[in-house]
Design a binder for this molecule. Structure first.
Ligand code: DGY
Length: 315
């Protein structure tokens, strides 16, 4: 008999077909919340595993409906909508897919940095508008080479960003909970000190408990009028009102953002600013990476049902 699996968030078609083949699926249709209770009532007693994503709220009330759940195979890096301590307390193992998206997310951090610093979006509009040649030269921008990249959170993504920044000839500093052994980049215990040192602040810390507002008004202002803030982490990590105020007043030069406090409806004041480059929380959104994330989720399920250690445990 096929094991029962709750699908709280769908994978890509190829991996959904594989899930269908291997398991008896109970699907929560996010677009049909009225069916939710009925699906959970049926799935709750029989499902020991679920496929989920960081955008799904997994709180006590949800967990109460899944008393036999032992594995939450999350097809994203982030799990900030999940009550991880409660899951751990109930003996539920969480896996994620951060290993699969490191390079694409780091690439996007660099893309946003260069686009913001070289004013790519404004330049694109300038050429398309026919203003080129009529209104003098497009303003000069700033080089990456010789500048300082301050990375908040030197995990796998932070390290991948550091490698790319080094290739551009940038100096690297970082902040985090503790200094990393064997890393010779400059360490700053305090993000304000890191921002004060850096020309570009790149936020790569995982979101969730304890990181809300970590990038405060004081951190943003310490970056200074030539500084750029890049966020590929979570919107909640940055004091977004302070960021908007600093960008409007020219207390920092620019920002490049993949994430926002309110998704998918970022503050229109923020998105109207010319010195911000915006991306729709899609840094991992390539064919290759989404495929690898879905496959890793399947592999974690397979390991769990085979009684083997899961591949990428979080707790
Ligand atoms: C992740 O995997 O957490 C990315 O932010 C996409 O949601």
């Amino acid at each position: 008999m096929k094991p029962d699996v709750l699908v709280a968030y769908p994978l890509r078609p190829r991996q959904m077909a594989e899930l269908e083949r291997l398991y008896s699926l109970h699907r929560l249709d996010l677009a049909a919340p009225e069916d939710r209770e009925a699906v959970l009532a049926k799935a709750g007693p029989v499902c020991t595993a679920m496929v989920v994503n960081g955008h799904v709220t997994v709180d006590r009330a949800f967990l109460d409906q899944l008393p036999n759940l032992r594995l939450a195979a999350c097809s994203s890096a982030g799990f900030d909508q999940m009550d991880l301590p409660e899951m751990t307390r109930r003996g539920i193992r969480l896996t994620n897919t951060s290993d699969a998206l490191v390079d694409d997310v780091a690439d996007m951090a660099l893309t946003l940095m260069l686009a913001a610093r070289r004013r790519l979006i404004e330049a694109d509009a300038y050429v398309r508008s026919g203003e080129w040649g009529r209104q003098g030269m497009f303003p000069l921008t700033t080089s990456a080479k010789g500048k300082r990249a301050g990375i908040v959170g030197l995990g796998n993504i932070g390290k991948a960003i550091a490698r790319r920044c080094e290739v551009l000839g940038m100096e690297i500093g970082y902040s985090g909970r503790s200094q990393k052994a064997g890393v010779d980049h400059a360490y700053f215990a305090d993000p304000v000190a890191l921002a004060d040192w850096a020309d570009v602040l790149l936020i790569a810390t995982p979101g969730g408990a304890g990181t809300e507002g970590l990038i405060s008004a004081a951190v943003i202002d310490a970056l200074g009028p030539e500084g750029t803030l890049i966020n590929i982490s979570r919107g909640t990590v940055v004091d977004e009102a302070a960021l908007i105020a600093a960008l409007q007043a020219g207390r920092i030069a620019s920002a490049g953002l993949d994430v926002y406090l309110d998704e998918p409806n970022p503050d229109p004041v923020l998105t109207a600013l010319p010195n911000v480059v915006v991306y729709p929380h899609h840094a991992s959104g390539t064919e290759e990476t989404r495929d690898a994330m879905a496959q890793l989720t399947l592999d974690n399920l397979a390991a769990f049902f085979a009684g083997k250690p899961v591949l990428t445990p979080v707790n």
